[in-house]
Ligand binder design. Structure first.
Ligand SMILES: *Cc1c(COP(=O)(O)O)cnc(C)c1O
Length: 378
């Protein structure tokens, strides 16, 4: 089904076409060519990090980062269960075990107390996921990691431009990973980036993402690496996207503000912003009060050609990740009540007003249907 107001669509209003055409004309369409290095340099300096390395998507960014840290069989990695499946899958690819952590209620990020309870002698790392553009409490995460000698991997796929106490996410832990899928804050079609201020880690990522080729000897491989390289074509799109990044982030903030105004007085809770953070609002998300209302509201919006999405299903609910004996009450509850609203950068003020009007109407109708019944019960 095609919606007039999709949850997301990429914003390609810059020099994307011209730079891709330049690649084609130059015949440098594979993973060598000037745009790869240019995209990495621009990204690193925009973010304020020593090293940025392109990869073919956000999932392999996480995998190669974990591999570079030496995570493997016998190790455990803490991961919030309320995330996109790729965060957990990347840990599994290394042979390590995923240990799920519940969420905190206010900002929907990893619950630090639950994380500490789940640390064992096998725990090697903690993966934080800055969900929907909000940041995790990184002071607490870094203190916990220090206390237990854990690596910190930041999954920033949804948090390009997000800051925690003024610091860009992705630059606080040992390694940060970004995604440039079509619905992410900037896109290269498919693509990803691994960033670090630690040269040793960055060198390992570099080595592993390019088939483990030896630096000193051509066609000699001294590790079982991967082909996780980004193409010059994708990097060209990335370079064009970087020219609009500040505008894109400003648009997202504006859209979130329009929703906040439009939903004032409606019985839904907008994803809150932790005052210690700069929330980049990859997605504007709301919670309804009763889980039972969620799908009815979504259906009603669908009739008005407004696409919505349920919040992620917590990964522990998927059969291959079932964790008997553990419970994740907050993540389960958020997931049942949460909705992602259209959040694409080209939304206008009128579009957001139209969407908010339909949400408001839904609750107004519910009230007129429900109230007479309630009265008759009294
Ligand atoms: C999108 C996403 C990924 C994976 O990125 P891809 O580029 O789609 O592989 C990983 N983690 C989170 C939290 C994401 O939202």
């Amino acid at each position: 089904m095609n919606f007039k107001y999709p949850v997301y669509s990429p914003y390609l209003n810059g020099r994307e076409k011209a730079l891709v055409l330049d690649c084609l004309e130059s015949t440098w369409i594979s993973s060598k060519g000037k745009y790869v290095g240019q995209f990495e340099d621009t990204f690193a300096s925009w973010l304020g990090v020593q090293r940025a390395l392109t990869v073919s998507n956000g999932t392999v960014a996480l995998h190669v980062a974990l591999a570079a840290l030496g995570i493997g069989p016998g190790d455990e990695v803490l991961v919030p269960t309320l995330t996109y499946i790729a965060s957990a899958n990347a840990v599994k690819y290394t042979g390590a075990e995923v240990v799920f952590v519940d969420s905190e209620r206010d900002y929907w990020q990893l619950d630090i107390e639950d994380a500490e309870r789940k640390i064992t002698s096998k725990t090697k790392a903690i993966m934080v996921v800055h969900l929907y553009g909000q940041a995790t409490d990184m002071d607490a995460v870094m203190a916990l990691a220090k206390k237990h000698s854990l690596y910190v991997i930041e999954d920033c796929a949804e948090a390009l431009g997000t800051r925690y106490r003024g610091r860009p996410v992705g630059t606080i832990g040992d390694v940060g990973c970004f995604s440039f899928f079509g619905n992410k804050t900037i896109t290269t079609g498919e693509g990803g980036m691994v960033v670090s201020n630690n040269h040793e880690i960055a060198d390992k990522v570099m080595h592993l993402k390019g088939q483990g080729v030896c630096r000193e000897r051509e066609y000699w491989h001294d590790a079982i690496g991967f082909n996780y390289r980004m193409t010059n074509l994708c990097a060209a799109i990335g370079c064009a996207q970087m020219e609009s990044i500040d505008d894109l982030i400003a648009k997202k903030l504006q859209i979130a503000q329009w929703y906040r105004e439009g939903l004032a007085g409606v019985p839904v809770h907008m994803h809150q912003t932790n005052p210690d953070t700069f929330h980049s609002f990859w997605m504007v998300s709301i919670l309804v009060e009763e889980a039972s209302e969620r799908d009815a509201l979504r259906a009603e919006l669908g009739l008005a050609s407004i696409e919505t999405r349920p919040l992620f299903y917590p990964v522990h609910q998927m059969e291959m990740y079932s964790s008997p004996g553990s419970s994740f009450p907050v993540a389960d509850d958020l997931s049942r009540r949460g909705i992602n609203l259209p959040s694409y950068p080209a939304l206008s003020r009128d579009d957001v007003a139209y969407i908010c009007g339909h949400i408001r109407d839904y609750f107004a109708e519910q009230k007129t249907v429900l109230e007479p019944q309630m009265e008759s019960k009294l």
